[in-house]
Design a protein around this ligand. Structure first.
Ligand code: ADP
Ligand code: MG
Length: 567
């Protein structure tokens, strides 16, 4: 080996390694799933790049993953003949965590949270999970487009640093050797490894092979020494999951596949698998995760589907197939209607892609509608992704009715901060004569709940939606009506309770207004230019006065957002 150097892991990696080793002990076996998943990704990438450069195969186009073990030495080896890595790529991929926002996220975790295994799922456990079972890991790799002397060896004990050196390497692709910890030697076992491959990697379309030893036997059935022959046996099913008929796929297989595509560690909440034939031909498999990735709100956070064209992997994170407000959906789309050399740029201009996007958006919304039938599950979805879905009506005018059905709110009906009431629930409880849906927006749930604007509504028993998410005012400016009823911000403009108020009540109000004209004039003189208008109000029953915005004025929340944006 030459050009050997020892480098420190990025701080975030050290933190993650520590977290992983301490919180995933009871899930140790997932290391194998992660390494196979990486091998399959590497094969996908090579196949894609070889589309216009066949030479990359170097005469060996049978892509595969091989798993071997050595019980005596206590090692497990996972090998692939995929794309491989250059020296720079090894340093980047196996020494840092590239996703932006990682450092901040890790810093925010409290001691208690750090013990929570599920939090790790937000990163995807990935390659570093090797160190849950190994106290030393050796990686040997060569990138498919580099010469045979451009191999790289990476070694680490998973503590603070790793060593990297140049090596000659004939085989392209990557080989990972795990030197198992004392208490993890059980994994260097044929039966154990095979059952793990079946459990976790049946759905991967790259064959996963393991050596199989056959021995000749004499007439008494005794093994004849020296006749051992080793051959490779494919252990997994090795067909892409989405290609198989739905009826044949078990929930566990769907879940395992999700973990591979989404790089997630937790089970998905639900999924929807569809084959479409006709003018457009594609298969989609969409998932709703149960946890939000930590970069859900980052501008450059990963989003989009994994795109295949006729089963050939084309790209990760193809953003063009779903709107932004459904960016939490993960999965694959496989189509015959795009060319194999489609690029991100071409996707943006392709009318077929727009049609697929419209269809997949409907699928996504239908999937959520179905999920909504299970109150508990839907609540869990809403708590995690509700405020992303609230971006919907602004982004996707055509589907705003469908989206509106999926929204959930806190209201004066429950008086609870939990957003669990649908607009249909609200409408079903409307008072006789009530024509509008009333809402209030404030900075916090408590501010909304205790707003003086609600006094009259409480007195009359009229329900009001209590909105306090950052996005809410934006949402309400794009939701014009639901079920034929328009929305009214109770803190804005004239308060018209419509037919809920009787004639007498209205008359009494007019009389009060007349009688107090003098008072109004005096208050107006005192406040001067600070206000536009001073009026007698009937919206208050206990408080003496409140500030009201004119109907068409930007709300307090929006003003703050605009100010923050420098407007
Ligand atoms: P993820 O798979 O979510 O990107 P991992 O931690 O599993 O995260 O892997 C990090 C990166 O290291 C991968 O994105 C890939 O670029 C690289 N990598 C890991 N394993 C392999 C492999 N077997 N062949 C080629 N590249 C690999
Ligand atoms: Mg991975």
């Amino acid at each position: 080996a030459t050009h050997e150097e020892t480098l420190g892991f990025q701080t975030e990696v050290k933190q993650l390694l520590h977290l992983m080793v301490h919180s995933l002990y009871s899930n140790r076996e997932i290391f194998l799933r992660e390494l196979i998943s990486n091998g399959a990704d590497a094969c996908d990438k090579l196949r894609y790049q070889a589309l216009d450069n066949d030479a990359l195969y170097e005469g060996d186009s049978e892509l595969r993953i091989e798993i071997e073990h050595d019980a005596k030495a206590g090692t497990v080896t996972v090998r692939d003949n995929g794309i491989g890595m250059s020296r720079d790529e090894v340093i980047q991929n196996l020494g840092t965590i590239a996703r932006s926002g990682t450092a901040e996220f890790l810093k925010q975790l409290s001691g208690e949270q750090q013990k929570d295994a599920k939090l790790i799922g937000q990163f995807g456990v990935g390659f570093y999970s090797s160190f849950i079972v190994a106290d030393e890991v050796t990686v040997r790799t060569r990138r498919a487009d580099l010469a045979h002397d451009a191999g790289v060896e990476w070694r680490s004990k998973g503590e603070g640093e790793f060593t990297i050196a140049d090596i000659p390497r004939d085989a392209r692709g990557t080989e990972i050797v795990l030197h198992l910890k004392k208490d993890a030697k059980e994994f260097a076992d044929d039966f154990r490894l095979k059952s793990l491959v079946r459990k976790y990697s049946d759905h991967i379309d790259v064959p996963v092979r393991m050596p199989r030893v056959d021995v000749e036997r004499d007439d008494d059935g005794k093994e004849i020494p020296g006749t051992e022959k080793t051959s490779w046996e494919t252990v997994n099913e090795a067909t892409a999951l989405w290609v198989r008929p739905k009826a044949e796929i078990s929930d566990d297989e769907y879940k395992a596949f999700y973990k591979h595509v989404a790089h997630d560690f937790t089970d998905p909440l639900t999924w929807s698998h569809n084959k479409v034939e006709g003018k457009l031909e594609y298969t989609s498999l969409l998932y709703v995760p149960s946890r939000a990735p930590f970069d859900l709100y980052e501008r450059d956070g990963a989003r989009g589907l994994k795109l295949y064209v006729q089963r050939v992997f084309i790209m990760d994170d193809a953003e063009q197939f779903l709107p932004l407000y459904l960016r939490f959906i993960k999965g694959v789309v496989d189509t015959k209607d795009l060319s194999l050399n489609v690029s991100r740029e071409l996707l943006q201009q392709d009318p077929q892609v727009d049609k697929m996007k419209a269809a997949l958006t409907k699928r996504g919304l239908d999937m959520l509608k179905k999920l909504a039938k299970d109150k508990e599950q839907y609540q869990s979805f809403w708590n995690t992704f509700g405020s992303v879905l609230k971006e919907g009506p602004a982004e996707d005018y055509a589907n705003r009715d469908k989206i509106a059905e999926l929204l959930r709110f806190a209201t004066t009906h429950t008086e609870s901060a939990t957003q669990d009431q649908s607009l249909a629930d609200y409408v079903s409880r409307m008072k006789e004569g009530q024509q509008k849906i009333y809402y209030i927006v404030a900075d916090s749930f408590n501010a909304a709940k205790h707003s003086p604007h609600l006094e009259i509504f409480r007195k009359k028993g009229i329900e009001v939606l209590l909105l306090s998410d950052r996005i809410d005012e934006w949402l309400m400016s794009h939701l014009t009506e639901f079920d034929g009823k328009s929305f009214v911000d109770v803190a804005k403009g004239e308060l018209d309770l419509g037919d809920i108020e009787g004639e007498e009540e209205k008359k009494a109000q007019e009389e009060t207004a007349k009688a107090k004209e003098d008072l109004v004039k005096r208050v107006k003189d005192v406040l001067g230019a600070d206000v536009q208008e001073v009026k007698i109000t009937h919206r208050l029953t206990d408080s003496p006065a409140c500030v009201v915005l004119p109907e068409n004025e930007m709300g307090f929340q929006m003003r703050r957002i605009m100010e923050a944006a420098g407007q």
